[in-house]
Ligand binder design. Structure first.
Ligand code: ADP
Length: 267
């Protein structure tokens, strides 16, 4: 609680009084804390690849250039770390754009079957590279009101994660189905899109934090698969902007399921 006192008097003749204002600043403080934590995290995340680029460039300049093989491998690291920086900056800008509501969503009717076919087709090369089977099982005639680009971002992020965190020879599946509303719980008719994988899974203790910015179960693993730690927080924001929900179920060593529910477009 913050207390402030403002001297005031109603008229010349009256004794001056004090106006006391008591304000609950918990929410404001919490926001301030979250913001400064985010800035600290961003700086830390950006510093790591910059330090690598600088370090390897310096070593090259100090003579490592003369050995062709060493030079080749250092330059590859510099190249990969620059890619990483690019992805990080892209995701940070994306997140800030979504949070500041600077680019409102452009809603239009989306034929879910055709849409999911395009998305899985787009990811099929990535899956094949890891010998992962990518399966689509969707009901036809499912229409939702969505910003197609943003919905695409949600699905691409979930599929990319599914592929990243599933060993070679595994399976990633996208399923779309109609879920009728229930009067009792006041739920409307909706569609459920489930992205499931046969991957490494997520420990139970990490599940509640998985949608937080920069939260990773295994930093090294996320790094090596090119992750930024921001994908799922972007996904969650976008799901909410679509008036939808996203949740996760997972078993270590068996696989994960990300369940996205969106309102149905009423005919
Ligand atoms: P990242 O860029 O690290 O993948 P995300 O925000 O997309 O960041 O995901 C956060 C963390 O959640 C990941 O680092 C990983 O530990 C875990 N995760 C996300 N998707 C999966 C999945 N399909 N299987 C196992 N772990 C996952």
């Amino acid at each position: 609680l913050e207390l402030s006192a403002i001297p005031m008097s109603m008229s010349e003749e009256e004794e001056p009084g004090l106006l006391l204002v008591m304000q609950d600043v918990t929410a404001i403080r919490r926001l301030e804390k979250m913001r400064s934590e985010f800035v600290a995290n961003v700086s830390h995340e950006l510093k790591t690849p910059v330090a690598a680029v600088k370090g390897f460039a310096e070593t090259l300049l100090n003579g490592a250039m003369d050995d062709r093989e060493t030079a080749q491998s250092f330059l590859t690291i510099i190249h990969d770390e620059s890619d990483r920086l690019n992805r990080l900056i892209g995701d940070i800008l994306e997140l800030s754009k979504i949070e500041s509501r600077r680019s409102p969503l452009q809603f239009s009717p989306v034929d879910l079957y055709a849409f999911l076919e395009r998305i899985t087709e787009f990811m099929s090369t990535e899956a094949t590279k890891k010998n992962i089977e990518l399966e689509l099982q969707a009901e036809e005639e499912l229409f939702i009101e969505a910003d197609e680009d943003r919905l695409g971002q949600i699905l691409l992020n979930l599929l990319q994660n599914g592929i990243n965190y599933t060993p070679e020879g595994g399976k990633v599946k996208v399923k779309a189905e109609f879920v009728p509303g229930t009067d009792k719980e006041g739920l409307e008719d909706r569609v459920r899109i489930t992205v499931s994988d046969t991957g490494i899974g997520i420990p139970r203790k990490d599940l509640p934090r998985i949608f937080e910015r920069f939260y990773r179960v295994d930093k090294a693993r996320s790094r090596s698969s090119g992750g930024t730690g921001l994908g799922l927080s972007i996904v969650k924001h976008l799901a909410e902007l679509h008036h939808g929900t996203i949740r996760v179920e997972s078993t270590v060593g068996v696989g994960s399921q990300f369940i996205l529910e969106l309102p149905l477009l009423q005919p």
